[in-house]
Design a protein around this ligand. Structure first.
Ligand code: SF4
Length: 442
């Protein structure tokens, strides 16, 4: 059971030494209870108290990690029901199902699905390798093939512990998820996951059985669990996702405090229907969504949906302020300035690139606000733009002394000319799509 701030406070040193960065032990305790502080920040916590507090300050849904060939993917660790309350932290993993019969095709599909969008790499991250004939040797060979052919995080699926063990030994460096312990095989699967130190899926139908199963597995010393409510109809599975999330967050019901795995691939035969089901589980609250196939026209919209849901609503997407060279500009190339809202940057830089006119693009820090908002908030004023132009060093890179400002900020041109007497200010177009014609007309 989680401890309250006051209960945590009673366990602290109560010296108010401030070394944790908080003014008092009580403030630190409150921050710890609400998940905003890390226990390690206080150096005066005994081992015994540390153990107690680590449990209390653990997120209500345990983060579970999987290795890719390079890097780690995490699911779980969420603290809210709704994104607007704070943010969602660890995006749903999009996974494709692989069997011996279609391994080559699935690996090739998986490797192709990489999209660069607003400076981020969007892609599925996991392959779920399913045992279809209960042969440990063949399963190990299939796992090796997938390991060699892709950098994917892995889930290994079999109802036979000896088959899972053979695959897991091949894949253990990627820390695969073992699927799955059920009420019927929990002892053997739990022992296997414990022996190999791997995360384990717990699958049971009905909330009581699922809670009993995770309680049994945690009692065996397993911490990294992923739960499957076992239902394979949309309505029930959707309900299960909401119930599990709510139970984990509101009463902090520990048996449900784990991320989930969902199987649209087992719920629909029609690919479009399967994609819609996957979209539902990305929104609510699948940790892993398993697709039967990785078709680009299905996966791409799901990746975009995921990107939107898992961006922090309190933080605008921003670009680092500075000088960006578009198309290898020289000393006579035009100079343009805009804000550091990521979408503004990507749209403007895309249009400049499309114009084939090499240009210096100055990105000013407006705390992620777009041009009109930044202008209205006084963060893209004649003064601030002039200060940035002087400070960024563009005058050393170019002989040009004409600066193009966005059409929507035409009102700053007078102030800017006053602040930058050596520069001529040109008012650019209001719409980004008119930038190529504007640059060509210079
Ligand atoms: Fe209290 Fe520890 Fe913070 Fe010092 S570092 S104020 S003892 S919580």
């Amino acid at each position: 059971m989680a401890l309250t701030g006051i209960e945590i406070f009673k366990l602290l040193a109560k010296t108010n030494c401030k070394e944790c960065g908080y003014p008092t032990c009580l403030a630190f305790a409150m921050a710890l209870a609400s998940g905003k502080a890390e226990l390690d920040k206080c150096p005066y916590v005994s081992e015994e108290v540390r153990e107690k507090l680590a449990e209390a300050s653990a997120p209500p849904i345990r983060p579970v990690k999987f290795g890719m060939k390079e890097g780690v993917k995490t699911i779980g660790g969420e603290t809210v029901m709704f994104r607007h309350e704070k943010t969602f932290f660890n995006p749903t993993i999009i996974a494709g199902l692989v069997t011996a019969a279609d391994a080559d095709k699935k690996i090739a599909q998986f490797n192709q699905l990489k999209y660069d969008r607003v400076g981020l790499l969007l892609r599925p991250e996991m392959l779920v390798i399913k045992d279809t004939d209960g042969d440990a040797g063949k399963f190990a060979a299939l796992v090796k093939k997938v390991m060699d052919g892709s950098d994917a995080a892995l889930t290994l699926m079999s109802d036979k512990p000896e088959v899972l063990k053979a695959g897991a030994e091949v894949a253990k460096e990627r820390k695969p998820l073992l699927y799955a312990a059920t009420p019927g095989n929990a002892d053997a699967m739990g022992a296997l996951a414990k022996e190999l130190g791997l995360p384990l899926a717990a699958a049971a139908k009905g909330y009581d059985d699922l809670a009993a199963l995770t309680t049994k597995l945690t009692g065996m010393g397993l911490k990294d669990l992923v739960v499957d409510s076992g239902t394979r109809t949309l309505r029930e599975a959707f309900q299960d996702e909401v119930v599990i999330r709510r139970a984990a967050l509101v009463p902090k019901f520990r048996p449900f405090g784990f991320p989930t795995i969902t199987f649209p691939c087992e719920m629909a035969k029609d690919p479009l229907q399967e994609a819609l089901y996957a979209a539902v589980f990305i929104a609510k609250y699948g940790g892993i969504v398993v697709l039967s196939d990785l078709q680009p026209h299905v996966v791409f919209p799901l990746l975009l949906e995921r990107l939107n849901i898992y961006t922090d609503p309190q933080k605008p997407m921003i670009i680092t302020p500075g000088i960006y060279e578009i198309g290898n500009p020289g000393p006579d190339s035009p100079v343009a300035v805009t804000t550091n809202f990521a979408l503004t940057y990507f749209i403007v830089s895309g249009e400049i690139e499309g114009s084939k006119i090499p240009t210096w693009l100055l990105i000013q820090d407006t705390e992620g606000l777009s041009v009109m908002t930044a202008w209205a908030a006084g963060k893209f004023s004649g003064d601030s733009v002039a200060h940035f132009v002087k400070k960024c060093g563009i005058a050393d890179k170019t002989k040009t002394r004409t600066i193009i400002i966005p059409g929507y900020s035409a009102g700053i041109s007078g102030d800017l000319e006053e602040e930058l007497p050596e520069w001529k200010v040109l008012i650019g177009p209001r719409e980004a799509s008119h930038i190529p014609a504007f640059l060509k007309s210079l």
